[in-house]
Design a protein around this ligand. Sequence first.
Ligand code: GLN
Length: 214
Amino acid sequence: MSAPSVVVLDYGSGNLRSAVRAVERAGASVELTSDLDTAMAADGLLVPGVGAFAACMKGLRAIRGERIIARRLAGGRPVMGICVGMQILFETGIEHGVETEGCGEWPGVVERIQAPIVPHMGWNTVDVPAGTSLFAGVEKERFYFVHSYGVRDWTLVTNDRTVAPLVTWAEHGGDRFVAAVENGPLSATQFHPEKSGDAGAAVLRNWVQSLKVA
Ligand SMILES: NC(=O)CC[C@H](N)C(=O)O
């Protein structure tokens, strides 16, 4: 079976090369591009990101990235967001007093972590829900975080006809925030799997291996 194809979306954010290398090591054939048709056709789309929420959303909109994400998800085509690439999937981001509209794939606000020491920078464990596939085999491992903001409250309303997302939580300085989400074709991690050693590599491998099944 050929390697799954993954587009790493190039919307001007940083951390692109390490994301490309990490997904290649996870077994995918990777292209770094902002081309809409290429991004739509790939088995998986990875949305990395470092920097401020507003700047990332500006860069994403400049290449119609929010439309690429929405159209892929409408067709059940897998997307994974990492760090700011996860944060921009939510409804709103508030950084340095600036409120910015996100992609709105999930309700919720990205806001400053309420902890004595911010940024949350370093290795941490996560609280993984039953039924996870993203964390299969590494549920008890540590992952590398570098962020000052996060989603501290998960308020998605579901009913008996919808499959609730699997939400993984983490805690820093007494504050809890969403560390990962598995929601059908949409996956996301607040931590950097590409900076999280063998455990992070396993998360990316789990995601890449799910693409051919999708
Ligand atoms: N690693 C980053 O780029 C941090 C992303 C975001 N600005 C945050 O602080 O949460």
